[in-house]
Design a protein around this ligand. Structure first.
Ligand code: ADP
Ligand code: ASP
Ligand code: MG
Length: 407
């Protein structure tokens, strides 16, 4: 008998018909002898609808109340799914995050799971019941409802699988696995049979929203075998696991990720001396603004330029801070640009291959795409380009690294 955690995303439970279809899938797996814990998202569009209601009242609603509000979406789904399971003769119980003691910190809207008490769930499983848990939510030490950030039901599922030492965590969604790039953007994208945790983490961090970043971090840390598959059709999906010998032999580049959510800031004409980078970037970080790509250059006259990217939502506050710093440092100017995009190639094969960066730059050059910033890690190369060239760049790299599906 295997213990499996399954997660069904918004589109997979997007209507009563879909919930019935999910119930049938769960019932089938239960009938074949598996113990099942199911994590679910809100019905598709529901979380956005709830956020919209709040924004109609207050542009910057209280984060605690926001969590009370948006966590209701998942509560609807758990109840409906259990009802659907019961009509199929399957004993099932629904639980909110707090009820199964998904303990988080108190960072409303982006809480981190600290602990899960699996007792109640295990008791239900031992009694032959299917357990259905609301994704995306938990409670803090004081019992306040918290949520885990957009896409957080993935993390609920992986955390449950880690806590219960499940045999596998299956993420059911509207595509049949992880592709070489977003199949909605590149029609020739290919499904991958396998991908390593490290690669998946880079893909997610660089913008592939198929899995929430934290869910991949969790799966890697606790070595939870994770599989992404379709709730609409049968198939093996994509297994995300530790690197094995086999995978060392595979393609240099496994996938291409991209992200339109960032903006670029540049401060020119600052002194080239110790403490200046700290002064500039420290002030931005102190305001809780996450900095991504950073590049510094020093000109012949010993004046320095620092360019960095932040989330587009943080552009205005970051720009304001940077202007104050510029005044302080006697800088020449501050530039802001929100028409940028980030494209990354990801692959563990890069570790053992030279010339990958050159090939990337060649593919972009052939399309006349200018590279603004470059940053690398052991298994990824990221470039920042003008946003209007994004899709062209992704397609060029997809073909350039032989990732296109044949036929
Ligand atoms: P769910 O609601 O099930 O959580 P998401 O919308 O969060 O589903 O994630 C699935 C979507 O992720 C797909 O519809 C696809 O457009 C997108 N996606 C982005 N990058 C990839 C990729 N590399 N492989 C597969 N899907 C991807
Ligand atoms: N319902 C939440 C969201 O839309 C969480 C999730 O679906 O994973 O972000
Ligand atoms: Mg998702």
């Amino acid at each position: 008998m295997s213990l499996i955690v399954q997660k069904y995303g918004g589109t997979s439970v997007g209507s009563v018909e879909r919930i019935k279809a999910v119930a049938a899938k769960v019932a089938q797996s239960h009938a074949s002898g598996n113990q099942l814990v199911i994590a679910v998202s809100a019905m598709s569009g529901e979380t956005n609808r709830l956020i919209g209601l709040a924004k109609d009242i207050d542009d910057q609603p209280c984060l605690r109340e926001m969590d009370v509000l948006v966590s209701t979406g998942e509560q609807v789904t758990i109840a409906l799914l259990c009802m659907a399971l019961k009509t199929l003769g399957v004993e099932a119980r629904s639980y909110t995050g707090g009820q199964v003691r998904i303990l988080t910190d108190n960072a409303h809207g982006k809480a981190r799971i600290q602990e899960i008490d699996g007792h109640r769930i295990r008791a239900d499983l031992n009694a032959g019941r299917v357990v259905v848990v609301a994704g995306f939510q938990g409670t803090d030490q004081d019992g306040n409802i918290t949520t885990l950030g957009r896409g957080g039901s993935d993390t609920t599922a992986v955390a449950l699988a880690a806590a219960l030492k499940a045999d596998e965590c299956q993420i059911y969604t509207d595509v049949d696995g992880v592709y070489t790039t977003d199949p909605r953007v590149v029609s020739r994208a290919r499904r991958l049979d396998k991908i390593t945790f490290d690669e998946m983490l880079e893909m997610a961090s660089q913008g592939s929203k198929i899995l929430q970043i934290r869910s991949v971090e969790f799966a890697g840390k606790y070595n939870v075998p994770l599989r992404v598959m379709s709730s609409f059709e049968e198939g093996p999906g994509t297994l995300i696991s530790l690197e094995d010998e086999d995978q060392m032999e595979k393609a240099v580049v496994s996938g291409i990720a991209f992200n339109r959510d960032e903006a670029k800031l540049t401060i020119r004409g600052i002194p080239d001396q110790p403490g200046v980078a700290y002064k500039v970037l420290g002030a931005i970080s102190a305001a809780n603004i996450e900095i991504d790509v950073i590049v510094q250059n020093v000109a012949k006259d010993n004046s320095a330029t620092i360019t960095f990217t932040v989330h587009r939502n943080d552009l205005l506050p970051a720009q304001k801070l940077l202007k104050d710093i510029a005044e302080d440092l006697g800088a020449l100017e501050v530039d802001a640009d929100d028409q940028i995009a980030k494209v990354s190639i990801v692959g563990v094969g890069m570790r053992s291959h030279a010339g990958v960066a050159a090939k990337m730059f060649e593919s972009l050059a052939k399309e006349g795409i200018n590279i603004q910033l470059i940053t690398t890690s052991e298994i990824k190369i990221t470039v920042v380009i003008e946003e209007r060239y994004l899709e062209l760049a992704v397609r060029a790299l997809h073909s350039g690294f032989d990732l296109d599906a044949i036929g």
